[in-house]
Write a protein that binds this ligand. Structure first.
Ligand code: M6R
Length: 606
C-alpha cells in the first residue's frame, strides 16, 4: 500500500514522476505529493488530498526544470487522509525530504523522544519520525544518517530520501515493503513497482530486505545495514510498457477482462514443451515428493478463491488432501508442517504481507515452498524454493481478473505436472489439448456484452446480491460476490448453493438477485432445486448455464450461456460473467471502478 517513486538524472523529471505515480496509484489514492529540486536549487513541494489528478492540477503551468525528485501516493494507515498527512515529509530544518511505504511500529516511542529533543511534528503519520531521525543523526554524511535511522526503526518500509543541500544524491532503503531501483547511464530511478519506470528503463535491481541504495546520476551502490557494499545483479524486464496503459478501454479492469484469452493462453504455453508440462523454475525432484501426504495452499482475496479451486483440482488429480488457508489466519495458527510438506502461496503481486509471512513461516518449518506469482522479481518469487509465473502481464485494476484466470491455468498445469512426477497421472497430452481450447471459449463468453449491460440496467439498484454455486464452482460464487462488493459497493454474499437453506435464504425477497452457476455437472439437478427454493420466495434468478440448456430458461429471469466444457475446467469460463456483471453494474452506478474506495491493489501491511 502506498507507492513511492524517485528520480535523479539529466532529464527534467516532473512529468516522469507524475507519470510514475499514475502507474502506482493502484497502491493507494488517499492523497499524493511530490518534492522536486530545480536547477536553481529551489525546493518545490506540492501535495493534494484525494487522487493524483488533484496533484496534477497543482502542477498545471509548472515550468521549473528539475533533475531530482521523489513522489508518493498514499493509502492511509496512521493519520487520516489529509494534506498535512500526505507525503513527502520534511524535518524541522526543511532540509531532508522523505517518502515512505509501510508502517513504523515503534513510532510512538520515537516520536516522544524526538519531541523531548525539541523536534516539531507537522503530521499525524508514523512516517514523519523517520525524517526527524535522519535530521537528528545527520553529521555531514547522509548515508550514515540513514543507516543509523533505519537501525532504530521497527516495522516495514520502502524509503526515498533527498537532501536539499546535496541534489546529487538520492537514497533508498527497503525492509519489508517492495522497492525496485532502475537506471540508464545518466539517470536512476526508484519505485515501489516496475510499471512506474518501465517506460524509461528495463534494467531493474530488486532490492532485498535490509538494503540501502545510494543513487547518483551515473552510479548506483548498494549497502547492507552495517554499511558493507553489496554486489547486486540487475535483470532486464521484458514487460511491454504498453501493457500498463488503458489502450482505449474505459477502465483497466475492462481491458484486463478482455486480456484474459491472451493471459491464460500465454500462461499455459509458458508451461508446456512438446505437449508436456514443464516448470522451469520449480526445482522439485521425485525424492522431495515421495513422502508428500498433504499440500497446503495459502493466499488472500481473489488469489484465495483461486486456491480453493486449486484444492478441487489437486485432490482430483493427485488424490492428496489439500488444505487452503487465508494467509492472515495461517500465519498465526501454528500450522503443522515439516520437511515433507509442500506449501504453495498464490499471489498476483507477490508482495501481499500476510502471504509473504505465511511463506516465511512455511520455510522456517522446513516445508518446500512454491510461489505462484504474477510480478516478476517480486519478494515471494525470490524467497520461495520454487517459483511459477502466471503470464498475465501487469494487472493495474484493483479488482483482480486476469490474474485469477491465469492462476487457475497454472494450478491445472501444475497438478498434472506433479501427478506425472508422482507416477499417478499420465494424461498430460489430453489435459494440454483441453486447456488449449479454453482461451477461445473465454473470448466468446466476453464477447456477448449486451447481456451484462442488460443485467446492469435491471439490477444495479439492488442493495443485496447472492452468488451461489456447488463443487468446483462454489469458489466462483465467492469470487463473484467479492468482485461485486469491491467495485460497486453492493452487499453481496457467496455461498455453496446447498448451504442456502441453513441461513442465507432468509435474505431472499423480490428485489434480491441470486446469481447461480448452474453449468452441466453431476449436481445440475440439485442446483435446479436450489434455484427453485429461491424462486418460491420471489427471488430474482440470474443463471450462468451451459449452451443448449433450454430448461434453465424456465427457472431464470436472465441466463448467460457459456460453451460446453467438462465441469472440472468450467471455473475458467463461469467466472467471466461474474466479472462482467460486477463491472457493468459498477459502471452504471458511477463507481470508480479501477480505484474503489478504501482499497489498494497491493496490501503490504498486516
Ligand atoms: O497480490 P495478491 O494476489 O496477493 O492480492 C491478494 C488480494 O489482496 C487481492 O486478490 C484482492 O482481494 C483483490 N482486490 C481482489 O479483487
Amino acid at each position: 500500500m502506498c507507492g513511492i517513486v524517485g528520480y535523479i538524472g539529466n532529464r527534467d523529471c516532473t512529468e516522469i514522476l507524475l507519470g510514475g505515480l499514475e502507474k502506482l496509484e493502484y497502491r493507494g489514492y488517499d492523497s499524493a505529493g511530490l518534492a522536486l529540486v530545480d536547477v536553481d536549487n529551489n525546493i518545490i513541494l506540492k501535495k493534494a488530498l484525494g487522487k493524483l489528478v488533484n496533484l496534477k492540477e497543482e502542477f498545471k503551468g509548472f515550468k521549473n526544470e528539475c533533475h531530482l525528485g521523489i513522489g508518493h501516493t498514499r493509502w492511509a494507515t496512521h493519520g487520516r487522509p489529509s494534506v498535512k498527512n500526505a507525503h513527502p515529509h520534511l524535518d524541522c530544518q526543511e532540509r531532508f525530504i522523505l517518502v515512505h511505504n509501510g508502517i513504523i511500529e515503534n513510532y510512538e516511542e520515537l516520536k516522544e523522544e524526538l519531541i523531548n529533543n525539541g523536534h516539531t511534528f507537522q503530521s499525524d503519520t508514523d512516517t514523519e519520525v523517520i525524517v526527524h531521525l535522519v535530521e537528528e543523526n545527520f553529521d555531514g554524511d547522509l548515508l550514515e544518517a540513514v543507516k543509523k535511522t533505519i537501525n532504530t526503526i521497527d516495522g516495514a518500509y520502502a524509503l526515498g530520501i533527498m537532501d536539499i543541500k546535496d541534489p546529487e544524491i538520492l537514497i533508498a532503503a527497503r525492509h519489508g515493503s517492495p522497492l525496485v531501483v532502475g537506471g540508464n547511464e545518466d539517470e536512476k530511478f526508484i519505485a515501489s513497482d516496475t510499471p512506474a519506470i518501465l517506460k524509461y528503463t528495463r534494467k531493474i535491481f530488486y532490492m532485498d530486505d535490509r538494503e540501502i541504495a545510494v543513487l547518483k546520476r551515473n552510479s548506483i551502490y548498494f549497502y547492507d545495514y552495517e554499511g558493507k557494499k553489496i554486489e547486486k545483479m540487475h535483470r532486464i524486464l521484458n514487460w511491454d510498457p504498453l501493457m500498463a496503459e488503458k489502450a482505449g478501454y474505459d477502465h483497466f479492469m475492462l481491458k484486463e477482462i478482455y486480456e484474459q484469452p491472451r493471459a491464460v493462453r500465454e500462461t499455459l504455453f509458458s508451461k508446456i514443451k512438446k505437449e508436456k508440462f514443464f516448470f522451469e523454475d520449480l526445482k522439485i525432484d521425485k525424492e522431495r515428493l515421495k513422502d508428500l501426504r498433504k499440500i497446503n495452499i495459502v493466499a488472500c482475496g481473489t488469489s484465495y478463491h483461486a486456491s480453493l479451486i486449486g484444492k478441487f483440482i489437486f485432490e482430483k488429480v493427485l488424490r492428496i488432501p489439500v488444505d487452503v488457508d487465508y494467509a492472515s489466519e495461517f500465519r498465526y495458527r501454528d500450522p503443522i508442517l515439516d520437511k515433507d510438506s509442500v506449501v504453495i502461496v498464490v499471489s498476483q503481486s507477490g508482495e501481499t504481507m500476510d502471504t509473504l509471512e505465511a511463506l516465511r513461516i512455511a520455510k522456517d518449518k522446513g516445508a518446500y515452498t512454491i510461489a505462484i506469482v504474477n510480478v516478476f522479481g517480486s519478494t515471494m518469487s525470490r524467497e520461495a524454493d520454487g517459483v511459477i509465473y502466471t503470464i498475465a502481464g501487469p494487472e493495474i485494476g484493483v479488482a483482480s481478473t486476469k490474474a485469477f484466470t491465469s492462476q487457475l491455468m497454472t494450478l491445472y498445469s501444475l497438478s498434472v505436472y506433479l501427478g506425472e512426477k508422482l507416477g499417478i497421472c499420465f494424461e498430460s497430452d489430453n489435459v494440454v489439448r483441453t486447456l488449449k481450447t479454453l482461451s477461445p471459449m473465454i473470448e466468446t463468453v466476453i464477447d456477448d456484452v449486451d447481456i451484462y449491460k442488460q443485467i446492469a440496467t435491471n439490477y444495479h439498484k439492488a442493495t443485496d446480491f447472492l452468488y451461489l454455486g456447488r463443487g468446483i464452482n462454489y469458489p466462483v460464487a465467492l469470487e463473484g460476490a467479492l468482485k461485486l462488493k469491491e467495485i460497486s459497493y453492493i452487499h453481496a454474499e457467496g455461498y455453496p448453493a446447498g448451504e442456502m437453506k441453513h441461513g442465507p435464504i432468509a435474505l431472499v425477497e423480490n428485489e434480491v438477485p441470486s446469481v447461480f452457476v448452474v453449468n452441466k455437472s453431476p449436481l445440475y439437478k440439485k442446483v435446479i432445486s436450489n434455484i427453485q427454493e429461491i424462486s418460491a420466495r420471489d427471488g430474482i434468478i440470474i443463471s450462468i448455464a451451459t449452451n443448449g440448456d433450454n430448461l434453465i430458461q424456465k427457472y431464470s429471469n436472465k441466463v448467460i450461456y457459456i460453451p460446453e466444457i467438462e465441469e472440472f475446467y468450467s471455473p475458467l469460463l463461469t467466472v467471466i460473467p461474474t466479472q462482467l456483471i460486477a463491472y457493468f453494474i459498477a459502471k452504471k452506478r458511477g463507481a470508480d471502478i479501477d480505484k474503489p474506495r478504501n482499497l489498494a491493489k497491493s496490501v503490504t501491511v498486516e
